[in-house]
Design a protein around this ligand. Structure first.
Ligand code: MN
Length: 381
């Protein structure tokens, strides 16, 4: 009993320390409020206005972002779930020595699936829904089969900003999907702080690096847009021998691959290949080009892009407004080969401003370095 209390105190303490470090390192003042009472939105943005209520000061002296509070549990529950995950991790490592490898084809696959597309009102609703079907992870969006040993340890990396509803739908659909595939996985949501154009590829780099630090080693990364949902669970979320482009047939493009070198939407890369090509480029701010750069980066390193057939790798993309376009993307693409070895993982600079580990995902807020000076120039098209 004393041991349990000791563990609880220790875990509670380390939780607070990690948050405190985030505060200290950025000199931001956060107020983390327990949310998630009935009907409240799960990702409540506390608009920075008054002193100490979130937000940071940008170069022009304005508060430039709003804090996202993704807290489900009060501190007591957080401690319990941390303990649960620790215990299950111990149990799993004990079980692991006797478990057989999972079957190469999971017996739980359904093939084409009916997606849940009705937006839940809150993360509470998402997690309640997952709990009802036994698909809610114990901690940090991590799950692994208890009856067999998974072949891969997969980190699912989701770049994020202002897409709360899409994230709810992603979690609700993807947890049961991945569990049917008997994947050992964790979901990481990497939110870009500030007002600079979105840098999807750089957020992928950050997510992979942070995943390794937080709960690695991972053999495999699935880099995934938050607005995409796979429609067939034979589309396995692991890393094959060669990098895999996953979002082959998307409703938005009439379920056809738009062009042969396409690498957009969702892709899977092993840790080995990801390191071999120095990760994604960090230089693509605003929409477009970063996926083509990775496509080129892979083939220029002698790798081949693999794909499931169009009838399996089908995706639903939620409708949304077109994002600001990077008018400079073709120039960047043309000159990319000269930068592979200096633009990527080895030049990645960012600050992690906050971290929160929910039951259904790990969320982090990051400030990216090297933001372009003049944002409007990027919106040239
Ligand atoms: Mn989209």
């Amino acid at each position: 009993m004393m041991l349990l209390i000791g563990c609880a105190l220790l875990l509670q303490f380390s939780y607070n320390v990690s948050l405190f470090e985030a505060w200290k390192s950025t000199e931001l003042l956060f107020v983390v409020k327990p949310l998630m009472t009935g009907g409240q939105r799960f990702l409540r943005r506390v608009v920075a206005g008054g002193s100490g209520d979130g937000g940071s000061i940008n170069k022009t002296g304005k508060r430039e972002w709003v804090m996202l509070v993704a807290n489900v549990n009060d501190s007591h529950n957080r401690t319990s779930s941390s303990m649960l995950s620790k215990h299950s991790a111990q149990n799993n490592s004990q079980i692991n020595s006797t478990l057989q490898p999972c079957p190469l084809v999971s017996p739980h696959l359904l093939g084409p699936i009916k997606l849940i597309l009705d937006a839940p009102a809150s993360l509470h609703e998402v997690e309640d829904g997952l709990e009802k079907i036994g698909a809610l992870p114990a901690f940090a969006g991590h799950w692994q089969p208890s009856t067999c040993l998974s072949h891969d340890r997969v980190a699912i990396i989701i770049p994020f900003r202002n897409r709360d509803t899409h994230l709810c739908l992603f979690l609700l659909n993807m947890h049961p999907f991945l569990q049917r595939q008997l994947i050992n996985y964790s979901i990481f949501v990497v939110e870009q702080a500030g007002q600079a154009p979105f840098n999807r590829a750089m957020l992928f780099n950050v997510g992979a690096v942070e995943a390794q630090k937080l709960s690695g080693p991972y053999d495999c990364y699935v880099f995934h847009d938050v607005d995409l949902l796979p429609e067939d669970d034979r589309n396995i979320y692991n890393c094959p021998q060669q990098p895999r482009h996953m979002a082959v047939a998307v409703n938005k493009f009439k379920y056809k691959l738009p062009y042969p070198t396409c690498f957009g939407g969702a892709c899977a890369l092993s840790q080995k290949h990801f390191e071999q090509v120095n990760g994604f480029s960090n230089m693509f701010w605003a929409w477009g080009g970063e996926d083509d750069e990775m496509s080129k980066r892979l083939t220029d390193h002698g790798l081949q892009i693999s794909r499931y057939p169009e009838k399996i790798a089908r995706y639903h993309m939620h409708k949304h407004a077109q994002q600001a376009i990077n008018a400079n993307r073709f120039n960047l693409l043309n000159t990319a080969p000269t930068r592979y070895d200096k633009d990527g993982l080895n030049s990645l600079k960012y600050t992690r401003l906050a971290l929160h580990q929910n039951r259904s995902f790990t969320w982090m807020l990051v400030k990216l370095s090297g933001e372009p000076e003049n944002f409007p120039q990027l919106r040239g098209e």
